[in-house]
Ligand binder design. Structure first.
Ligand code: TEU
Length: 568
């Protein structure tokens, strides 16, 4: 836990916290059905605790038909039998707290499952009081009220013959959107949230929370975006007042596709009592083409550096950044921004494991040295890579399967569609944690897992990485997390980007206003060739605090080397 003296702290506790995301399906299978579960997490809790993280964010484990791997909830107050029982959850929470960590739940309240009793009641009749808990519209000329498309394909409206109306779903038809204009619905959500906090959980990661406020005019004519309507701030302030106010040491982070840095400053301004931090999407959209995310653009380092730097600057005075390069919706960071990606961008045939240790540790160094709260996605701490699936039968994700069907239906050659999935599918990050190299599933399960182990296995495993000494990705993460806990500069120092246009050097400084500690500089070489550091940097580099390769030489960086130095 935090290294600095709590007595002299005025900043919120999470300014030096690191969060670890567990995607329960793919973490560890305790009961032998091929799907990860709470028992599996409990068995491997020390793997997380020993990293030194402060908080675990648990992706959804509530009762769910699993149309979208648990992001379709049919009972917010119970655990799905696939993952365990509420008693096992309580036992897990005790174990997490005993190790000095906190547990944050995933809150999915833009939509529920269509199997939720609320929706079942809502569609019984137009006069049922719960009807208004969802978003319904009469047909217009026999059609959907507007042309909005759902995120995972098809129209955002589905027909309900019972009521003779369309209901709105921004994701699959099995995920009807809740109506946040209904005060009773909001009260029910707050009661549920209070129930989890009373049970002992320490906060929420809020799924697509900027989608909850819809513009009523746009709902009819489709004229405007459905996200970021002004009412969002009212809803979040009300939630704060009725759920978070008066409770101690919570963490709230809102997932917000499309959020701008100006919006984020408002959402995370402590004086406004809305959220502690948000997940923004700018840096994970840079390699998306103009049409869809499956349209792949080669990644460009100056663009990525500039984007993150803009967020550092934008939230320097007011608000706070969350820092992430991957999660359960994104490809693996090491494959996306590492040596394999740089080779692919240059048109070279890339070995998916080339410079894997270096790429994973370089990216972690850069991420953890920014100002904000870093999020480590499970598996990134051992340098996992993309799944490398070659056949559509290997994919499980509803978004990937729907997109593939549509793209091939519109005439895209199968090989091209598979290539796009191999780069961009969410399943790239959902392969099981390979604990070791044993059959049949690397210690993840004693049976065939729900999704393949991926191309990294059996080379990339927890056991191999933890035995790799000074080439362990896990050990490198431990050092980074320890540095954040002990260095005020890492926690709070102002950020400044160096050499913004350099095509392969990522360099920046962190400096405290009161100069009570030496400033730090990060220098990282995102290329597979050696790099001479510019003189303007070399002459100011002091002692090396941390690096991913042994025996550093001050004036140059080896391929994929990253170092943190004291800086004049
Ligand atoms: O994701 C919301 C979101 O907008 C995207 O990240 C989405 O996953 C996709 O990549 C769009 O191309 C959240 C959850 O994280 C995701 O797992 C859910 O599927 C989604 O909401 C619906 O609940």
């Amino acid at each position: 836990m935090s290294g600095s003296d709590p007595a002299d702290r005025t900043e919120p506790w999470w300014t030096d916290a690191v969060v670890y995301q567990v995607y329960p399906r793919s973490f560890a299978d305790g009961n032998g059905d091929g799907v990860g579960d709470l028992a599996g997490i409990r068995q491997h809790l020390d793997h997380i605790a020993d990293l030194g993280v402060d908080v675990i964010w648990l992706s959804p484990v509530y009762r769910s038909p699993q149309a979208d791997n648990g992001y379709d909830i049919s009972d917010y107050e119970d655990i799905d039998p696939l993952f365990g029982t509420i008693d096992e959850f309580d036992a897990l929470l005790v174990e997490v707290h005993r190790r000095g960590m906190k547990l944050v739940m995933d809150l999915v309240v833009n939509h529920s499952s269509d199997r939720h009793p609320w929706f079942q009641a809502a569609k019984r009749s137009r006069s049922c009081p719960k009807h208004d808990w969802y978003i319904w519209r009469d047909p217009v000329d026999g059609h959907e009220p507007n042309e909005w498309r759902a995120a995972f394909g098809g129209p955002a409206w589905s027909w309900d013959p019972g009521t003779g109306q369309y209901y709105l779903h921004m994701f699959t038809p099995q995920q009807p959107d809740l109506n946040w204009d209904d005060p009773d619905m909001r009260s029910a959500v707050y009661a549920m949230m209070n129930g989890w906090l009373d049970r002992g959980v320490d906060g929420f990661r809020m799924d697509v929370i900027n989608h909850i406020a819809k513009d009523p005019a746009a709902l009819s004519d489709g004229s405007a975006a459905y996200v970021m309507q002004p009412r969002i701030h009212d809803h979040l302030r009300e939630m704060h007042e009725r759920v978070f106010a008066g409770r101690d040491a919570l963490l709230t982070v809102g997932e917000m596709p499309g959020v701008t840095v100006e919006d984020a400053a408002r959402f995370t301004d402590p004086a406004r009592h809305e959220l502690d931090m948000v997940f923004q999407f700018e840096h994970v959209g840079l390699d998306h083409g103009p049409s869809t995310k499956f349209d792949n653009r080669p990644f460009d380092l100056p663009e990525l550096k500039a984007s993150l730097a803009r967020w550092q600057d934008g939230l320097a005075e007011v608000g706070w950044n969350s820092l992430y390069l991957g999660n359960h919706d994104q490809p693996r960071a090491a494959s996306r921004f590492g040596a394999a990606a740089v080779a692919a961008a240059a048109g070279l045939d890339a070995d998916p494991l080339a410079f894997r240790y270096e790429s994973a540790t370089l990216l972690a160094t850069v991420l953890h040295l920014h100002r904000g709260t870093p999020y480590v996605y499970q598996g990134d701490e051992i340098g996992m890579v993309n799944a490398g699936f070659r056949s559509i039968d290997e994919y499980r994700d509803v978004e990937s399967l729907n997109w593939f069907r549509g793209a091939v239906g519109r005439g895209m050659p199968i090989a091209a569609a598979l290539e796009a999935l191999a780069v961009r599918s969410r399943d790239n990050a959902r392969t099981p944690i390979p604990w070791d190299d044993s059959e049949p599933a690397g210690g993840f399960s004693r049976t065939t897992p729900w999704i393949g182990m991926g191309q990294g296995w059996p080379t990339v495993t927890v056991a191999a990485d933890r035995a790799a000494g000074d080439r362990s990705v896990y050990e490198h993460h431990r050092r980074l997390i320890d540095l954040r806990h002990t260095s005020r500069t890492v926690r709070l120092g102002a950020f400044a980007l160096l050499e913004p246009d350099h095509p392969s050097l990522w360099a920046f400084t962190r400096r405290l206003a009161d100069a009570s500690e030496p400033a730090l500089a990060v220098v990282a070489n995102l290329s597979s060739s050696p790099l001479e550091l510019p003189r303007s940097i070399v002459t100011r580099l002091g002692a090396c605090v941390l690096g991913n390769l042994a025996d550093p030489e001050t004036g140059a960086l080896r391929p994929w080397e990253a170092r943190v130095h004291e800086f004049a």
